[in-house]
Design a protein around this ligand. Structure first.
Ligand code: SAH
Ligand code: AVI
Length: 307
């Protein structure tokens, strides 16, 4: 059994059935995520773009000359383009993503848009060990870029592990530029994950389509419904698929029984306070050197240097 299959079976055997959010991202999942970023309810992208546009000169100054920009979970590199337009002497841009086809097409497009840029895509699951390519031009420093508040999709211990990996990848004199979503009015958050057009529901259900196609499971998509509830006490959205009937699903040689109303947890989306995130960054060996927010203080982008 592949590592992925073992992971999927293990998650579905837990008392709270769970599938990692990384399984959202097949080609269709990546396209659905791009559609989410255009939804009026999904404030995160607009707020982060506003921050990037308003502060890109200062950010580019901090990144400095001849850096290697390493992006974790690059997707369509939407926000990155703003940085790339202001960083004309990067040693390399290294987008890392699990969604292979989507990464290749984004890289192809970037090479066309930025002809002088050394684009070195890496298909990898960044929660596992992976290696980064060596750029032709020797970088003066590494800056790890992690936009979109993807850090929020990890529970505390996993988020800490990832921050430590980024600390290591940044290396001596390196830094991390990270997008971090902030705690705010619960209704705003609740709507962002329950859009009127139902795109987030489609994104959530697509995980089952991905598993059926890539791992031979037999989930019946019509027997599950999307649920996303903001838990204000925990500061996180709990995103689940709710079984609409008592049913059995075949996952490899394992039969998984679901009760009517039972949930599969597919994602958390944590929302932070500035102080809460700073203490995590510090515990991973970073100092938060600069924080930018949008006018409404919905979202933050933070430049963290190594202690
Ligand atoms: N950074 C982009 C995309 C965010 S969506 C933005 O801000 O708009 C999250 C991205 O992370 C997706 O492209 C997904 O494929 C990638 N991703 C999620 N889990 C991953 C993992 N474990 N390893 C590598 N990439 C992952
Ligand atoms: C990628 N990640 C930061 C998104 C989020 O907001 O947590 C994924 C997402 N899930 C539902 N909508 C968007």
């Amino acid at each position: 059994m592949s590592i992925e299959m073992q992971e999927i079976v293990a998650g579905l055997k837990q008392p709270q059935k769970t599938i990692s959010p990384k399984y959202f991202y097949d080609e269709r999942g990546s396209q659905l995520f791009d559609k989410i970023t255009e939804l009026p309810e999904y404030y995160l992208t607009d707020a982060e773009l506003e921050i990037m546009r308003a502060n890109v000169d200062e950010m580019a100054g901090l990144v400095g000359k001849t850096a290697s920009l390493i992006e974790f979970g690059s997707g369509s590199s939407l926000k990155t383009r703003i940085l790339l337009e202001h960083l004309d002497d990067l040693a390399a841009y290294v987008p890392v993503d699990i969604s292979e086809g989507h990464l290749w097409s984004s890289a192809r497009q970037l090479r066309a848009e930025f002809p002088g840029l050394d684009v070195l895509p890496v298909v990898a699951d960044f929660t596992r060990t992976f290696s980064l390519p060596t750029p032709t031009v020797m970088p003066l420093k590494n800056v790890v870029y992690f936009p979109g508040s993807t850090i929020g999709n990890f529970e505390h211990d996993d988020a800490m592990n990832l921050l430590r990996v980024m600390h290591q990848e940044a290396g001596d004199g390196g830094a991390m530029l990270i997008g971090v979503d902030l705690q705010k009015d619960a209704h705003i958050i609740q709507h962002a994950y329950n859009d009127d057009a139902g795109v987030t529901a489609e994104f959530n259900l697509n995980m089952l389509r991905h598993l059926n196609r890539s791992y031979g499971t037999n989930f019946d998509l019509d027997s599950f419904e999307h649920s996303a509830i903001y838990d204000e006490d925990e500061g996180r959205v709990v995103i689940e698929l709710v079984s609409q009937a008592e049913q059995t699903v075949e996952v490899g040689n394992t039969e998984i029984e679901l009760a009517d109303g039972e949930t599969i947890l597919t994602e958390y989306s944590h929302k932070y306070t500035l102080a809460g995130f700073a203490s995590m960054a510090e515990a991973a060996g970073f100092t938060v050197a600069k924080v930018w927010t949008d006018k409404e203080e919905l979202f933050s982008v933070q430049y963290c240097t190594r202690l």
